[in-house]
Design a protein around this ligand. Structure first.
Ligand code: SF4
Ligand code: MG
Length: 284
């Protein structure tokens, strides 16, 4: 844990769920014996993105909604590196929703952690597409008129191979979920219900503690796609957390790439030096 420690001070509000996710990812990487120099953590824009300089090692902090293309590109260049991307519910289900769709169908072998606090926290509490309809938010004092996007039903419609849900207040369970996600063969989607005490007054830490239950306590069969989808979508009375669906039998993007088959080196290891002096002369 010391290797990951940064002296930079946190800017998150007291009680923010980002603290729990921050602790869980560090613990997961340490338990998997992955040092900071042998993983790449990529952050979108949002409150969560301020984690990018609160951990030592290789970090990327990108444009709003665009973390997934960068993370996928880095993974394709160096498939030996575990790559973990983080994004908020605002960026991931509005600005970057197209990237999410294609990351799932492409089946890139990366992890995506959704910091799901149900609003745009960094810009002071505007509604995201996952905020409940009619909820009063900043810039929507009469309640938001748009329907809420059913994120989990939408995600399952893309036929993912790994879907899990955690809660920022249960670091122990989240750590185990993240370890499984990092070890997954392809694209792993981890929805983390994150407390935002400053702007989210409809899904508070206390409410989440009361509603969440662990599927591992109820002998859930994570290979049952239909059951997993139902559990993920139906959050009216209780909220299922844990590994909801997992299928390790689907080849990932890199395994499907014909030119890469049989290669023992990575593209970054295959980079060669060329003398381009002659080529440049053409442009003088
Ligand atoms: Fe956390 Fe919300 Fe504060 Fe952002 S606004 S730091 S998400 S509590
Ligand atoms: Mg958010």
């Amino acid at each position: 844990m010391k290797d990951y420690h940064s002296e930079n001070r946190s800017t998150w509000c007291d009680g923010c769920g980002d603290y729990g996710i921050w602790a869980a990812i560090k613990q997961a990487l340490v338990e998997l014996k992955i040092p900071p120099t042998q993983t790449l953590l990529c952050y979108d824009v949002g409150c969560h993105g301020n984690m990018s300089d609160k951990l030592l090692g290789y970090r990327f902090h990108g444009l709003h909604g665009r973390v997934l293309p960068f993370a996928a590109g880095a993974k394709l260049a160096n498939p030996k590196l575990p790559v973990i991307a983080f994004g908020g519910d605002g960026a991931s289900f509005s600005e970057g929703i197209g990237h999410l769709v294609h990351a799932v169908r492409s089946h890139y072998p990366i992890v995506f952690v959704l910091h799901n606090n149900g609003n745009y926290g960094l810009t002071t509490g505007q509604a995201s597409s996952l905020t409940p309809q009619n909820q009063q938010m900043n810039t929507a004092p009469n309640g938001i008129p748009e329907a809420t996007l059913n994120s989990m039903d939408f995600l399952f419609s893309l036929e993912p191979t790994f879907v899990a849900r955690g809660f920022s207040g249960d670091i122990k369970q989240l750590k185990e979920i993240l370890k499984a996600a990092i070890s997954h063969r392809g694209f792993a989607f981890v929805d983390v219900l994150q407390a935002c005490p400053t702007y989210n007054h409809f899904a508070t830490h206390t409410m989440l503690m009361q509603k969440c239950f662990k599927v591992e306590d109820e002998n859930h069969n994570a290979s049952d796609f239909a059951k997993a989808r139902k559990l993920a979508v139906d959050t009216s009375k209780r909220i299922a957390t844990g590994i909801l669906y997992r299928n390790e039998n689907v080849p990932n993007f890199i395994e499907r790439l014909v030119p890469r088959q049989g290669k023992t080196t990575t593209p970054v290891e295959e980079v060669e030096t060329f003398d381009i002096t002659k080529l440049m002369e053409e442009f003088v």
